[in-house]
Design a protein around this ligand. Structure first.
Ligand code: 4AD
Ligand code: MG
Length: 462
């Protein structure tokens, strides 16, 4: 019977003294004179299994002693309960077969490696405890986000990856083109005629599926998109990637307050699901990545998120008398150091709402004061801005005048304006950066370490 390590851990008690067969990779091989120990991991479970092999039992004992770290092997043997040892059971090998050898220079040796070194070996780093835990949690976070929305009858739709518009109006887009720039240069052509390009117009990778989500919300009421998004912003920080995944729910007949309620329950749902479903991984993060992580997250789940207007948040910062590098200003964005201070001040996640209209996107609903928009950013300790969302401007004239003010061309967004002409209604939504959520629940502080193969400025290896 070939069985996975995960299955073994769930039913080892019923398999005492029985023969089992497992396949996996050698994490460590400690050979003694007449016996030895192999730590075997097959990727299905965070833990390894200890395989004990003896000279008296194996024909190939000498070869087994030499099996190197990283090799793949097949082991048959008897499961023995070991209630007095750290691991509850071990396998006494009858047979050890080397399937794929691993060379002497295998980079992932059983010792501490720096995160930088492991980033350079992103094709192998999932074989370490840290990264196996991170990517297992990333899997669960993705799955339970779907579950959260599906349980609430949200329709999952797929927003396009290639678009002709700039959803955020920030100009941080990667061009998509079949135009051959080298040919243009050779022929001394100084201007590109986009009408001759593949789509007959200038196109780019999407920065957000929101605008299309709005169209879907105005037909299905509750929808979400969950996919890759791309930003050509040249920010080399621990929290920015050029390619990241975003979850964007959009809800018709919904205002900012209800939008925030959905965001809060989603974040709490994700955290409690991960605590429930990844106990081994969370224990590991709590011990080795961020001390007190579990207690912190449990508190987040059980307390109400606070909220503060942008104006009052700036006041808190000014009153704090902290030596900030960037002076907090009423009409301006928050710097990382400000976000840090605010999450400390409010002792947990905090919504900053009602932002100055000049520094937010064109689609956000103008408040009655005519100065602020119905926007919310959810700030959390560590990951910073976890969520950005807003109530959308549903009034055609107001939207048109906001687009004009912010230099957003109307032509490309004719269909978006149509949504205000044919049965428009108050609606709202938000975007959660998947990677920032994974950082928050694992305590890992660099976004490059929660993305399988990260893309950041000047880096597109693998
Ligand atoms: O605040 P942002 O830019 O909002 C939007 O894109 C809206 N269209 C969302 C909506 O209302 N439907 O991005 C949303 C979230 C941020 O809060 C952050 O978590 C994440 O996406 N994010 C990034 N994550 C990693 N790297 C980057 N460069 C990111 N930019 C945004
Ligand atoms: Mg934002």
């Amino acid at each position: 019977m070939n069985i996975t390590v995960k299955e073994l851990y769930s039913k080892f008690q019923t398999l005492s003294n029985q023969s089992v067969e497992i396949s996996g990779w050698v994490r460590n091989n400690r050979a003694q004179k007449e016996f030895g120990f192999i730590d075997l991991n097959d990727g299905t479970y965070f833990e390894t299994i200890q395989v004990v092999y003896e000279e008296s039992k194996l024909d190939n004992f000498k070869e087994t002693q030499k099996i190197r770290v990283g090799s793949s092997v097949k082991v048959s043997g008897k499961l023995i309960l070991t209630p007095n040892l750290k691991q509850p059971f071990e396998i006494k090998a009858d047979e050890v077969i080397l399937i794929g050898d691993s060379l002497e220079n295998y980079p992932i040796q059983p010792k501490r490696h720096s995160k930088e070194f492991l980033r350079e070996n992103a094709h192998l780093r999932m074989r370490t405890n840290l990264f196996s835990a991170v990517f297992r949690v990333r899997n669960v976070v993705s799955y339970v986000i779907h579950r959260f929305f599906q349980e609430r009858n949200f329709i999952y739709f797929h927003a396009p990856i290639v678009t002709g518009s700039d959803a955020e109006g920030a100009g941080e887009m990667f061009k998509v083109t079949t135009t051959n720039y080298e040919d243009l240069l050779k022929n001394n052509i100084k201007e590109v005629d986009w009408s001759k390009d593949f789509f007959g117009k200038a196109t780019n990778l999407t920065v957000s599926g929101q605008l299309q989500a709005e169209a879907y919300a105005l037909a299905f009421r509750n929808v979400y998109t969950f996919g890759p998004t791309f930003r050509a912003e040249n920010s080399n920080t621990q929290r920015h990637a050029s390619e990241f995944w975003m979850v964007e729910p959009e809800v018709a007949f919904c205002d900012l307050k209800q939008d925030m309620e959905i965001a809060e329950s989603m974040v709490k749902y994700v955290i409690s699901s991960v605590l429930d479903e990844c106990p081994k991984e969370m224990e590991f993060f709590d011990q080795f990545v961020e001390k007190g992580l579990k207690t912190k997250l449990e508190k987040v789940v059980s307390s109400k998120f606070q909220s503060v207007t942008h104006h009052d948040a700036i006041q808190v910062l000014l009153d704090s008398n902290q030596p900030f590098e960037n002076k907090p200003m009423f009409g301006e964005d928050l710097a990382t150091e400000h976000e840090k201070y605010l999450t400390k001040h409010f002792d947990g996640p905090v919504f900053v709402i009602d932002w100055p209209k000049e520094i937010k996107a064109f689609y956000m609903r103008l408040n009655d004061d005519q100065k602020t928009v119905a926007a919310m950013d959810l700030l959390v300790p560590g990951a910073g801005e976890l969520i950005g969302g807003s109530q959308r401007e549903e009034r055609l004239e107001v939207l048109e005048s906001r687009m004009k003010e912010m230099n957003v061309a109307k032509e490309e967004l004719w269909w978006y304006l149509d949504l205000r002409k044919y049965g428009g209604c108050p609606h709202a939504g938000f975007g959660l950066g998947l990677e920032r959520m994974v950082m928050y629940v694992t305590g890992v502080d660099n976004i490059r370490d929660v993305i399988p193969f990260p893309r950041t400025p000047k880096n597109c290896e693998f």
